[in-house]
Design a binder for this molecule. Structure first.
Ligand code: CA
Ligand code: CA
Length: 578
């Protein structure tokens, strides 16, 4: 912006100078009669100035169309010849535009005056226009990215952005944790607004094609003129679906299977989801154009690929979740960027937690755990440390008290007075129970742990299939039903001390398993409500700028149409006289 302004100022100054020169020249005529030479010099300078002005205007013409490709049929405006600022005048200009990258364009302008079929004056510039910022990804709330996410373009995050990924661009966020190659700026520095894309506007301006709640193996569109594919309610895209036009989901959109692509039609966003976008394990999603998700975007840690070419706008946050194999589609959010070990687990891969902040949390677990009259939690752990307080799982906000359902490594038993033991607890509608294991059960080898409770009997702990002889049990006859579960958190306990080591094959049953079914864990038992095999490889996604694909027409609150593009600003990096 600054560069252009300065250039315009320079033009204005030149005109003023020339007007003075002209005035002096005209005044001089009285003194220097017949002085045609001076008059010719003055006219020549005015001609040059006017040609410069026309050539500069041509640059602005090109800039305007590059920033507003809505009226251009192709990807971008490649230029035109014989253009005029004032119709019917003798002055013309030619413009040639070439795209150097998604951010930069070369513009060549040539202005000329034609009199009596002759070219009497000429001026031209060669300039490089940079679009900046260009948002590849917008996230409303705090978001953490692991290392298999790549972003080519700028990022906006309305909360703290924790980056373990590769970002080739700038980040506008409330806070930043991790490294980026570009600049970090405050959110207020971003000169771009959330695109006002509403279901009502697009259904009232375009022909609507209704969608079934589940679609697979189908190509929808392209239509001429473009149409909006609409689902009123949740939609499952279940593999090999291509949509060309716009997909509108008034609810949640779940993606499953491979070969799914959504391409935005001319001047339409590719996707609008008013709820959440959930990308399941082993699935693939390609979005060409602008994607808008009003809720959260949840990507499985086992996604084959999410690929956005254009821009993605997410109102909530982007979360990665561990794949649930129970068939119940549990969403257990991965926090703290743990390491996915693709081999070396008890079965396939395993999750490696750093002992600092790594957790996997099913925030919806209260819905299926509270009210149970029996429960079993079975998992494998491999600790990096012994003789430390380390949480394995817990089900409410850590308080330091072992009262809700939970399991942890414990240095010293407060009541049983053992050492290097395991402590567990459960809360029911009748109260709570705490148990403490025998001493010296901490190990750095793989260890299978199972916590089993049946209403009316005590909480039992199995270590590698052996029922442990507890040193302490506060209530061996606890009745009632499970109570007080707010969420299911793997990797932390009620006390400070996150899990430091690996975990594998976490299962929750809605009943107390028989002793001989506890170990080794077997498939096919009834009552499996969650099953995290932890064979994930990390969420794989890439967000790549392609501003011309994001160019849409939307509507303001009073209903007037407005152009929008994912580029917030533009400036001429260089302007040279040809
Ligand atoms: Ca971490
Ligand atoms: Ca595994």
């Amino acid at each position: 912006m600054i560069a252009v302004k300065r250039h315009r100022d320079k033009g204005a100054v030149l005109i003023v100078v020339l007007l003075i020169v002209m005035t002096i020249t005209v005044l001089s005529l009285g003194y220097l009669s017949g002085s045609d030479v001076e008059l010719a010099v003055g006219s020549n300078m005015i001609l040059h100035t006017e040609m410069d002005y026309t050539a500069e205007s041509a640059l602005e013409h090109a800039r305007g169309l590059i920033r507003n490709p809505q009226d251009i049929s192709g990807d971008y405006w490649t230029g035109a010849s014989g253009q005029q600022l004032v119709a019917g005048s003798d002055d013309y200009y030619d413009v040639t535009v070439s795209k150097l990258s998604e951010r930069t364009y070369r513009i060549i302008t040539d202005a000329y005056r034609v009199r009596g079929g002759e070219d009497v004056g000429r001026s031209g510039f060669e300039a490089e226009l940079t679009l900046d910022p260009i948002i590849a990804l917008w996230v409303g709330n705090k978001t953490t990215f692991s290392d298999q996410i790549t972003i080519n373009g700028d990022v906006y995050c309305g909360g703290v952005f924790t980056n373990g990924s590769t970002i080739d661009g700038d980040v506008f966020s409330v806070g930043l944790d991790g490294n980026i190659t570009g600049r970090h700026m405050a959110v207020s520095e971003l000169s771009l607004e959330w695109p006002r894309v509403t279901a009502g506007d697009f259904t009232s301006h375009y022909t609507v094609v209704s969608s079934d709640p589940v679609i697979s193996g189908v190509n929808i569109g392209p239509y001429d003129p473009v149409r909006v594919v609409r689902r009123s309610g949740n939609l499952l895209i279940d593999g090999n679906v291509t949509i060309d036009g716009m997909l509108l989901v008034e609810g949640d959109l779940r993606i499953s299977g491979s070969g799914n692509s959504i391409t935005g039609g001319k001047n339409l966003p590719a996707l609008l989801v008013t709820g959440d976008l959930i990308v399941s394990g082993n699935s693939e999603l390609n979005i060409f154009g602008l994607g808008v998700v009003d809720g959260d975007m949840k990507i499985s840690s086992n996604v084959v690929d999410v690929n956005v070419l254009g821009s993605m706008f997410v109102g909530g946050s982007i979360e990665e979740f561990a794949t649930d194999s129970s068939g119940n589609e549990r969403i257990a959010v991965v926090n703290g960027i743990p390491t996915w070990q693709t081999s070396g687990g008890i079965s396939g891969g395993a999750i490696e937690m750093d002992g600092i902040d790594d957790t996997v949390v099913d925030y919806e677990a209260s819905g299926y755990l509270n009210g149970l009259s029996g429960i079993t939690v079975s998992l494998w752990v491999k600790s990096d440390v012994v003789n430390q307080d380390r949480g394995i799982f817990f089900t409410s906000e850590p308080s330091g008290s072992d009262e809700e359902l939970g399991l942890r490594y414990d240095i010293a038993g407060a009541f049983g007075h053992g050492s290097k033991g395991i402590k567990a607890s459960i809360r029911t509608t009748s109260g709570y129970a705490q148990i403490e294991s025998s001493s010296n059960v901490h190990t750095t080898a793989w260890q299978h742990l199972a916590l089993v409770w049946q209403s009316g009997s005590g909480l039992k702990l199995y270590i590698n299939g052996q029922q442990n002889s507890l040193l302490y049990n506060s209530d061996p006859n606890l009745g009632g039903t499970v109570f007080g579960v707010e969420k299911f958190m793997l990797g932390c306990g009620t006390k400070i001390g996150y899990w430091d080591g690996m975990m594998d094959d976490v299962r929750i049953y809605n009943r107390a398993l028989d002793a001989n079914d506890v170990y080794p864990p077997v498939e096919g038992l009834n009552g499996l409500v969650s099953h995290w095999k932890l064979d994930d490889r990390g969420a794989r996604a890439s967000f790549n700028i392609a501003p011309s694909r994001t160019a849409i027409i939307h509507w303001t609150e009073i209903g007037s149409s407005k152009n929008w593009i994912s580029a917030g600003g533009s400036f001429f990096r260089s302007i040279e006289r040809k």
